[in-house]
Write a protein that binds this ligand. Sequence first.
Ligand code: SF4
Length: 374
Amino acid sequence: MMQLLKIFVHQDVSQEALVRSICDRYPHVPVETIDDPKSMYQTILTSADPISTGKQILFLTRNQGAFIRKCPGTRSYICCGYQIIHIGTFCTMDCSYCILQSYFHPPVLQCFINIDTLFADLKTITHNRTRGMQRLGTGEFTDSLIWEAMTGISQQLISFFSTQDHAVLELKTKTTAIEKLIALRHNRKTILAWSLNTPRIIQTEERRTTSLNARLKAAATCESYGFPLAFHFDPIVYYDGCEQDYETVIDHLFDHVSPDNVVWISMGTFRFMPELKTVIQERFKQSTIIYGELFPGMDDKFRYFKPLRIQVYQRLIDRIKKRAPDVCVYYCMEDETVWYKTQGFVPDERGGLPHMLDMRAVSICGITQLENGQ
Ligand code: SF4
């Protein structure tokens, strides 16, 4: 259950059955119907810690914009070509490094009620596709599974994708909210993915998330129900001895799941836009992650010095390849030098990063690629 202070309902959706069932789950939480979100934003912005408050205010509303969007990526770095299914915003967990803290102004738990439109849009884009395949996911503006008990959206998405031949869904989470998903018919078209980190980073920087062991056990359970898996080491946070700790995490990972069932593993070292620094300083006073040697990159985000990034990636890649020689390891927003120095090739030599990931989905999830006019 979400820990909520208040539920705001936009007038446009106030009569929807889903709104009633969500509000019924929280009989002790005050509900206010509004026709303009300004008063709600004011409530959040005038609180002592607007970001914490935003994690406890639920706004049930209609998504007025696009449900399916291209991942914004970041200029000058290699992007994976993923598409976002926009089911809602923000998160009940509280990671110091979370970009969403400075992405939304102000941030609020926004749950989109017009799910019918989402599925109509999904049907249109999957039906109109004439070439290749699609990789879509919900874990960009929120954690994929925090909404599950409330809306069942992932269950509906899993059912939808189970009938798709040219599209695959990735659900990305730091929760273990898999109970309602595991028995569903998925036809291997949904990849369940966990963000992983070292126990030290989980304990110090990822408030209200689940432990590493819990995430890996959940992944193993999903594998036993036939789901393909993926993992994301993002952000990799540098500290003395971190390489050894990340190697241990990789060992634990492959003690729990089979390398043959892992579609991809992504890695990205800690990076942040300058405005996130103040947020971390104010909200996570014990955190030291922003005080390393971090320099602005080509997209103005601060990153570790490139030789250090390469050194850390190399250690992790070596360990992953030892345990899972065939798994596809990719970087979230790195440049060609990093790819070449750590993996000995650049994605363009293999058709580009989107193509490399598509091919993994083809071989592990049984997706087929559409030829022109097929
Ligand atoms: S789990 Fe993900 S979305 Fe939620 S606070 Fe942490 S980084 Fe942000």
